[in-house]
Design a protein around this ligand. Structure first.
Ligand SMILES: [Zn+2]
Length: 176
């Protein structure tokens, strides 16, 4: 995985990328949580579930089906007002960004994007992001530094571009 920081930054940028709706801080916070939540499956290691199992790390919680169900659940819990479809889409994109970014990392197994229908694991052919350690203590080492550097380049920079573009568009006067 990229680190939780990388996932959260990407999701917050996604909330700013919506062409139709401007989402505020509350949605950004839910999107960030949605982008981190798939990694709750690391508990599978302590439960003795093998990595390659559908319930193992990067299994079911790293699928499109999970992203769809999780986003629907968040809507039910936090939905206020209209634009429900856009909010669902935004949260779905934030949650699904997690496995898609994991598929750009250099280590571990791929993601079971189509679980629970298939347990096949997928990676992108191009994987520029250094894989983040699962254990917290390993993060505060050279390894963690390498991860943050690669995330700054491959997640931070594109996200900053999205933020800047959204900011510029917001300043442009609209006619309607
Ligand atoms: Zn992950």
């Amino acid at each position: 995985m990229p680190s939780a920081f990388g996932h959260a930054v990407a999701a917050i940028a996604l909330t700013k990328a919506s062409p139709r709706v401007r989402f505020g801080a509350r949605v950004a916070a839910i999107a960030a949580l949605s982008a981190i939540i798939p990694d709750v499956d690391v508990v599978s290691f302590s439960l003795g579930i093998p990595y390659e199992h559908m319930l193992g790390h990067r299994g079911l919680t790293h699928s499109f089906a999970f992203a769809a169900a999780w986003s629907a659940m968040m809507l039910l819990l936090f939905q206020r007002g209209e634009r429900t479809m856009w909010l669902w889409l935004c949260l779905f994109a934030s949650t699904a960004s997690h496995p898609l970014l994991d598929m750009c990392t250099t280590g571990g197994l791929g993601c079971a994007l189509f679980a629970p229908f298939s347990s096949e694991r997928f990676f992108f052919p191009w994987r520029p992001i250094s894989v983040s350690p699962v254990e917290i203590h390993s993060f505060f080492t050279q390894w963690g530094l390498r991860v943050l550097k690669s995330e700054a380049l491959w997640i931070g920079l594109p996200s900053a571009l999205v933020f800047a573009t959204a900011h510029l568009l917001k300043r442009r006067p609209t006619r309607d």
